[in-house]
Design a protein around this ligand. Structure first.
Ligand code: ADP
Ligand code: MG
Length: 654
C-alpha cells in the first residue's frame, strides 16, 4: 500500500462500451424541490445525464460531487417569457429575487390556504389562484405551479435529448411518498404541459431502493429511506418483495409502511442556523425588495459555507456587500455548527421514531437504511443516523443523484431493457486492493455468490507513514493499471511506525444487493476508515466476458509482472536494512565482505529501479537470484550488527 498520490490508471469500462440508445428511450427524472436530474439506464446500469452546456453525454460517477447533471429547480420569468432555467436562473437569484421561482414543488397540487406561511416568506409572489390553489404572479402574469414545473421539465427533456442524441418523449418522474393524489396529478399535468409522456409516477424512496438493486433478488426486506434535501425532510419505511426470478419482467413490489418528515426542514435550515444572527437581521428589513435580496445573498453564502464544512473543520466567509447588503468576514467552525444544528438533526430522528412507530416496527427490524438528499453529505447527519439505527447506511451512490438513478432503473424495467440478472447473483469481477508497486491483492474472486465477506492484513512500505491510501479495484488482471478503479479512501492519523509494522486489517463485505463495503482498521492505533461502492455499476455482461478473456490472454505475463513488482518491494526493504546495518558495523567486518555487499547493493538497486520503470523488462528469476545473493553475502553484516547491539546492551545495563 502506498501513502503517495496514487498512480495513473486506465479505466477499463468506459462509455465506448455502452450499448446504443434506443429510439424512444424512457429516462428517469428526479423533479426535486431544490435540484432536478435526468438519468438513463441501459445494460450497463443507470447513469446521470450531464446537462451542462459543454454537453458531454455521460458523466463519470466518481467525479465531482456537486458538478454537472444537477439542474437547480429554478426558473426566471420576464413577462410572458422564460428568461432562464437551472444554473443560470439560480445564479441570478440575488439580482432578480422577485422574478425567480425556486422550490415550486412545495406548491404543487396544494391549496393556497395550506401554504400561506411559505408564501409569506417567499421573495416571489405566491397568491391564491384558480380553485383556491396556489398561483405565482410575476410581472402581473399568473402561473400555476404545474406550468412552472413544466418549464423545468421541458428544459430537462431538451438537455436530455441533446445528451442522448435522440428525442426524449417518455419519462418516469419521481415524487415524495407522501404526495397525495392531487399532488401526483399535478406532477402528471406538468409532464403533459411539457409534452412528456409520464409513463410512471414513482415514489422517491422506491427509486432510491431500486438504484441500489434492492428488490432485484433475495429475500423480502424492510428498509428505511432517510431523505434530507434542500427544503424538506422525508423518512419512509418500505417493505420490498423481490421480483419473482422465474418471470423476467416481474417487478418487485414496494409497499410504503409509513412516512414521516417535515416539509419545513432541510438544507436551507442548516444554512440559516450557520448565519442565524444575520438571517434575523435580514428578516427585520422592512423594504420587501431589500429583504428579498439580503435573504438571497445569505442563502447563497450560507449554502456555500455549509458545503465547505462537510469537508473541512473550518471555513472563512468574506463578502463585500457593496452597500446593498452588509459586509461580512467571519470564520466558521464545523464543531460550532454541529452544536447549533443539533436540534435540527434531532427533529429528523424524532420523525424516524414516528415512522417506525406508525409502521409498528422496532429499529432492529430494519434491514437497511438508505441515505438520500444532498444534506446527508454532512458528516453529522450520517453519524447521527448510523448511530440511531445502529448500523452502517447505504451511501455508495451520490445522495443527490440516487433518486434519478433509480427512476432510470424503473424506466429500463418498463422499457424491457433491464440489465442482465446474471450480474446480480454473483460478483461479476474480482474485487481487490492496490498494494505497493501497483499490484493487486484480490480479496473477493469473481463468481463468488453474494453475500460474502473477506478479510486480509496489510502493512506499510514506507517508514513513518501517517496516512495510508487505499485503492479498491475491480478486474482480473494482476496490476492496478489494468483494472477498473472503484474507490479511493485514506486511513489517516496513524502514529509514526517503521515500514511493515502497522497492522492494517481490511475487510471486504458484499451484501445481498451487491453493495461493497470496505472497512480498514489499523490494529495498534485503532484508526478506522471505510468506503462503500456498487461494483456492478457500469458493467455489462459483454464487458465482463471481454475482461475475463483478456485476463486469460495475459495470465502468464501478468503473473511475471506481479512477481517482479512484489520482489521490488521486498528488495527495496532489504537494500534499506542492509545499508543501515552496514553503516553501523562497517569497521567490524572484513573489507572483502564490505566490497561484495556493496556490489550486491548496487546490483539490486539497479534491478529495483528497472522494475519500477518497466517491470516487464526484468526477469523475475534473475531478480530473485540477485536478491538471494545479497541476502547471503550480507550475513556477516547482520551477525556483526547483532553482536554490536548485544555489546551495547551489556554496557548500558546496570
Ligand atoms: P432536493 O431533494 O430538495 O431537490 P437535494 O437532494 O439536491 O435537494 O439537496 C439539496 C441540499 O443539499 C441543499 O440544501 C444543499 O445545500 C445540500 N448539500 C449539497 N451538497 C452538500 C454538502 N456537501 N454538504 C452539505 N449540504 C450539501
Ligand atoms: Mg430530493
Amino acid at each position: 500500500m502506498s501513502g503517495d498520490s496514487p498512480s495513473s490508471k486506465t479505466q477499463v469500462a468506459t462509455e465506448a462500451c455502452r450499448a446504443s440508445v434506443p429510439d424512444d428511450p424512457i429516462v428517469g427524472i428526479d423533479l426535486g424541490t431544490t435540484n432536478s436530474l435526468v438519468a438513463f439506464a441501459d445494460a450497463a446500469g443507470p447513469r446521470i445525464l450531464s446537462l451542462g452546456s459543454d454537453l458531454e453525454s455521460v458523466e463519470d460517477e466518481a467525479s465531482s460531487q456537486n458538478g454537472n447533471g444537477l439542474v437547480p429547480s429554478v426558473v426566471r420569468y420576464r413577462g410572458d417569457v422564460v428568461e432562464a432555467v437551472g444554473r443560470e436562473a439560480a445564479a441570478g437569484l440575488e439580482d432578480h429575487a422577485t422574478r425567480t421561482v425556486y422550490s415550486v414543488k412545495r406548491y404543487m397540487g396544494r391549496r393556497f390556504d395550506d401554504r400561506r406561511e411559505d408564501a409569506a416568506a417567499s421573495p416571489y409572489r405566491v397568491v391564491e389562484g384558480a380553485r383556491g390553489l396556489s398561483g405565482i404572479e410575476i410581472d402581473g402574469r399568473m402561473r400555476s405551479p404545474e406550468e412552472i414545473s413544466a418549464d423545468l421539465l421541458a428544459h430537462l427533456r431538451d438537455r436530455a435529448s441533446e445528451a442522448l442524441g435522440v428525442p426524449v418523449r417518455r419519462a418516469v418522474v419521481t415524487v415524495p411518498a407522501y404526495f397525495d393524489d392531487a399532488q401526483r396529478q399535478a406532477t402528471r399535468d406538468a409532464g403533459r404541459i411539457a409534452g412528456i409522456d409520464v409513463v410512471r409516477i414513482l415514489n422517491e424512496p422506491t427509486a432510491a431502493a431500486l438504484a441500489y438493486g434492492i428488490g432485484g433478488r433475495g429475500d423480502a426486506e424492510t428498509i428505511v429511506v432517510y431523505d434530507l434535501g434542500g427544503g424538506t425532510f422525508d423518512v419512509t419505511v418500505l417493505e420490498v418483495m423481490p421480483a419473482d426470478p422465474s418471470s423476467p419482467d416481474g417487478e418487485a413490489i414496494f409497499r410504503v409502511l409509513a412516512t414521516a418528515g417535515d416539509t419545513r426542514l432541510g438544507g436551507d435550515d442548516f444554512d440559516r442556523v450557520l448565519l442565524e444572527d444575520l438571517h434575523d437581521a435580514a428578516m427585520a428589513e422592512s423594504d420587501p425588495e431589500r429583504r428579498a435580496r439580503r435573504l438571497a445573498v445569505l442563502r447563497a453564502v450560507g449554502g456555500r459555507a455549509k458545503i465547505a464544512l462537510s469537508d473541512a473543520a473550518a471555513t472563512r466567509i468574506r463578502l463585500d456587500g457593496g452597500g446593498v447588503v452588509p459586509d461580512l468576514d467571519r470564520t466558521l467552525d464545523r464543531a460550532d455548527f454541529e452544536v447549533a444544528a443539533r436540534p435540527l438533526v434531532d427533529r429528523t430522528l424524532d420523525a424516524c421514531e414516528r415512522a417506525l412507530k406508525d409502521a409498528g416496527l422496532e429499529r432492529a427490524a430494519i434491514d437497511r437504511v438508505v441515505l438520500v438528499g444532498g444534506s446527508t453529505r454532512m458528516p453529522m447527519i450520517r453519524e447521527a443516523v448510523e448511530t440511531w439505527f445502529d448500523r452502517p447506511a447505504y451511501v455508495a451512490l451520490d445522495p443527490d443523484r440516487v433518486i434519478a438513478l433509480g427512476a432510470a432503473v424503473q424506466g429500463s424495467i418498463l422499457a424491457g431493457t433491464r440489465r442482465d440478472a446474471l450480474l446480480l447473483d454473483v460478483i461479476p469481477l474480482s474485487l481487490g486492493l492496490e498494494t505497493a508497486g501497483g499490484a493487486v491483492a484480490k480479496l473477493v474472486v469473481r463468481n463468488t455468490m453474494v453475500p460474502t465477506r473477506s478479510v486480509e492484513m496489510f502493512s506499510t512500505s514506507v517508514d513513518g507513514q501517517l496516512n495510508v491510501g487505499l485503492h479498491v479495484v475491480q478486474g482480473e488482471r494482476e496490476m492496478v493499471a489494468d483494472c477498473r478503479s472503484l474507490a479511493r479512501f485514506e486511513l489517516r492519523g496513524l502514529p509514526p511506525m517503521p515500514a511493515g509494522i502497522p497492522q492494517i486489517e481490511v475487510a471486504f463485505n458484499v451484501d445481498a444487493n451487491g453493495v461493497l463495503g470496505v472497512d480498514a482498521v489499523e490494529r495498534r492505533s485503532g484508526r478506522r476508515a471505510r468506503v462503500q461502492v456498487v461494483p456492478s455499476n457500469g458493467l455489462t455482461r459483454d464487458e465482463v466476458d471481454r475482461i475475463e478473456a483478456d485476463s486469460v490472454t495475459h495470465a502468464r505475463d501478468d503473473m511475471m509482472v506481479h512477481r517482479v513488482v512484489d520482489l521490488a518491494v521486498n528488495a527495496a526493504l532489504d537494500v534499506k536494512w542492509i545499508t543501515e546495518a552496514l553503516d553501523r558495523v562497517r569497521a567490524d567486518v572484513d573489507t572483502e565482505v564490505v566490497a561484495s555487499v556493496e556490489a550486491g547493493l548496487v546490483e539490486l538497486q539497479a534491478l529495483i529501479t528497472q522494475a519500477r520503470e518497466d517491470p516487464r523488462s526484468v526477469d523475475p528469476d534473475a531478480f530473485h537470484a540477485a536478491k538471494d545473493r545479497l541476502d547471503r553475502a550480507s550475513m556477516p553484516v547482520h551477525e556483526a550488527s547483532i553482536a554490536r547491539s548485544l555489546r551495547n546492551e551489556a554496557s548500558s545495563g546496570d
